[in-house]
Write a protein that binds this ligand. Structure first.
Ligand code: BES
Ligand code: MN
Ligand code: ZN
Length: 493
C-alpha cells in the first residue's frame, strides 16, 4: 500500500492541486466552501439542469472545467441534507475514493471533510475521510495470485479542509489504522497453506524488528511442559507446529501494567473430529481473524507509539481431524488447572483462548484484557455482519470499546453475561463442558472464557460475523483494528 501524505488546511486555494473534490447536496443547498471556491453558481446550475442529481454516493468527474481552478473537479453527491446519515456519508466517501482511484489524480484538495452528519463532528469527518482514502487503495497482493498486479493509485498527497485547527491527530490515527487493517486483511486473506502459525510468528518477529517490540514465541514442547492442556489438545490433531506468539510494546511507564490483546489464531478450522460440513469450509482460513487483528493493531501501535504498555498474545494452531486428534468426550486440564470435557471438537477457539488468557495474566499481570475471536456461528445469527459482539466483566472497559467502535464505525453490540447462562456449561465429568447447548451460543462461549478471566478487567469481542465478507466480495475486512487503535490511543490517563 502506497503511503499518501495527508495535510490539513483551513484556507481554500486550488492552485497547488490537480484535483478538487467537492460535496454537493441534491437540493442545491449551498455549502459555504463552494461559495469561497467560486463554484456555488456553477454547481447550482448543474443540479437544476439535472446534469448531476447529487444523489447520495453519486459522482461526476469534470475535466478542465474553467470554474474548477484545477484540472479535475470531482462532484460527490450527498443527497438530501436533512437525511444525511452516517451511512450515507460513508457511502459517499467510498464512492469518492473509488472514483479517485480510477483517475490520474495526484495532488488532491478535498472539501468533503467540511460536512458531516448532524450526529458527528469535524474530527470524525477528518478521521473517516482519511481512513477511506488510505484504506481505499488496498489491493490484496499475494504470490498465490499468480501474475496479479495490483492497481497502484496515483494519489500522492491529500489536503483535507478543516474548520478547526489542531486536528492532525485524527489524520495520523486514521492512516495508521488503515495500515493496520491492511496487514490484518493480507494475513487473513492468505490461504491456510501459506498462512500457518509459523507464518504468523514470522510476521510478529518482523513487526518486532521494525518497531522494536519484544517478541517471544512458545513452541509445542514448551507449552505441553507448561501445562497448556486445552490449547495442546486442539493442536494435537495437526502436524503443523502450533505457536504461542507474544509481543510486548513499552510506550508507558515501565511499571505501568499493560493492556493485553489476545487473538484467536486458528489458521484453519475443519472442526476436528466433529467435522464441519464441506460447503463454504474454505472460509475457515479466516478463523485466525482475531490473531490477524492483534498483529494489525500492533502495526498501527508501531506507527502511532501511544503512551501505553501493550502486550499481544496469540495462540495459533490448525484444528484438524486425524488419528491423533482429540475426540468428543475427552477431558483435558487447562493451564489454569480447571478441567474441561470436550464435547465438541469444533468449539476449539475457547480451548486455545482459555490457556492464552491464563498465560497472558500470569506472565504480564495486565491491567485490562481484551480478547478477539471468530468464535461462534451463533454471533452471525444474533448480530449479522454489521456489528461484532462484545461481552465482559468490566462495564467501563466495555463502554470505552463501544465508544471507540462508534467513533470509527467499527461497531460492537453488547450481549449479557450471567450466572444463569454459565450453568449451561455444566459437565458430569469435568469442571466444565466446552459447549453450552443450542441456545445463546455466543454468550455461553463468553461464559466459558469468563471462567478464565475472573481476576482481570476483561472484554471479549466475537468477530465471527465481521472479520470477513462472504460471497461475491469475499475478503477480509480488517475489523476490529480501527476500533482497537482508537481505544488504545485514547485510553491514556
Ligand atoms: N470458528 C468457528 C466459528 C465460526 C463459524 C465463525 C462460522 C464464523 C463462521 C468456531 O470454532 C466454531 O466452530 N464454533 C462452533 C461452536 C459450537 C460447536 C458450540 C459453532 O459456532 O458452530
Ligand atoms: Mn470450530
Ligand atoms: Zn473456530
Amino acid at each position: 500500500m502506497q503511503e499518501i501524505q495527508f495535510t490539513l488546511t483551513q484556507t481554500l486555494d486550488t492552485n497547488a492541486y490537480d484535483t478538487l473534490v467537492v460535496p454537493v447536496f441534491s437540493k442545491g443547498d449551498p455549502i459555504s466552501q463552494l461559495h469561497t471556491l467560486g463554484l456555488e453558481q456553477a454547481v447550482k446550475k448543474w443540479v437544476t439542469q439535472k446534469d448531476f442529481d447529487a444523489a447520495a454516493a453519486s459522482t461526476l468527474l469534470l475535466l478542465d472545467n474553467p470554474d474548477a481552478g484545477c484540472q479535475r473537479l470531482l462532484l460527490v453527491g450527498l443527497g438530501d441534507p436533512a437525511k444525511l446519515t452516517e451511512k450515507t456519508y460513508r457511502s459517499a466517501l467510498k464512492a469518492a475514493t473509488n472514483k479517485l482511484h480510477q483517475t490520474g489524480a495526484q495532488q488532491v484538495l478535498s472539501v468533503l471533510s467540511a460536512v458531516w452528519p448532524e450526529s458527528r463532528d469535524q474530527a470524525w469527518s477528518l478521521y473517516q475521510n482519511t481512513l477511506f482514502l488510505q484504506h481505499g487503495l488496498y489491493d490484496y497482493q499475494h504470490p498465490s495470485r499468480g501474475d496479479f498486479t495490483p492497481k497502484e493509485t496515483c494519489v500522492r498527497q491529500v489536503t483535507l479542509f478543516s474548520q478547526s485547527p489542531d486536528m492532525d491527530d485524527a489524520l495520523t490515527q486514521a492512516q495508521a489504522s488503515a495500515y493496520g487493517m491492511k496487514m490484518t486483511q493480507d494475513l487473513a486473506d492468505t490461504p491456510a497453506n501459506f498462512c500457518t502459525p509459523t507464518h504468523l510468528a514470522d510476521t510478529a518477529q518482523k513487526l518486532g524488528q521494525q518497531y522494536g517490540f519484544e517478541v517471544t514465541i512458545l513452541e509445542r514442547e514448551q507449552m505441553i511442559e507448561m501445562g497448556m492442556g486445552a490449547f495442546m489438545a486442539v493442536a494435537q490433531g495437526g502436524s503443523t507446529p502450533p505457536k504461542m506468539i507474544c509481543l510486548s510494546y513499552q510506550g508507558g511507564d515501565p511499571d505501568q501494567r499493560p493492556i493485553a490483546l489476545v487473538g484467536k489464531g486458528v489458521t484453519f478450522d475443519t472442526g476436528g473430529i466433529s467435522l464441519k460440513p464441506g460447503q463454504g469450509m474454505d472460509e475457515m482460513k479466516y478463523d485466525m481473524g482475531g490473531a490477524a487483528a492483534v498483529l494489525g493493531t500492533f502495526e498501527a501501535i508501531g506507527r502511532l507509539k501511544p503512551n501505553q504498555n501493550i502486550v499481544g498474545v496469540i495462540p495459533s494452531t490448525e484444528n484438524m481431524p486425524s488419528g491423533t486428534a482429540i475426540k468428543p468426550g475427552d477431558v483435558v486440564t487447562s493451564l489454569s488447572g480447571q478441567t474441561i470435557e470436550i464435547l465438541n471438537t469444533d468449539a476449539e477457539g475457547r480451548l486455545i483462548l482459555c490457556d492464552a488468557l491464563t498465560y497472558a495474566q500470569q506472565t504480564y499481570h495486565p491491567e485490562k484484557v481484551i480478547d478477539m475471536a471468530t468464535l461462534t456461528g451463533a454471533c452471525i445469527i444474533a448480530l449479522g455482519h454489521e456489528m461484532s459482539g462484545i461481552m465482559g466483566n468490566d462495564q467501563s472497559l466495555v463502554d470505552a470499546l463501544l465508544a471507540a467502535g462508534n467513533h470509527t464505525y467499527d461497531r460492537f453490540w453488547q450481549l449479557p453475561l450471567a450466572e444463569e447462562y454459565d450453568a449451561q456449561l455444566k459437565s458430569n465429568f469435568a469442571d466444565m463442558a466446552n459447549i453450552g447447548g443450542r441456545s445463546a451460543g455466543t454468550i455461553t462461549a463468553g461464559q466459558f472464557l469468563a471462567r478464565f478471566t475472573k481476576e482481570a478487567n476483561w472484554a471479549h469481542l466475537d468477530i465471527a460475523g465481521t472479520a470477513w465478507n462472504s460471497g461475491e466480495n469475499k475478503g477480509a475486512t480488517g475489523r476490529p483494528v480501527a476500533a482497537l487503535v482508537h481505544y488504545l490511543t485514547n485510553a491514556s490517563d
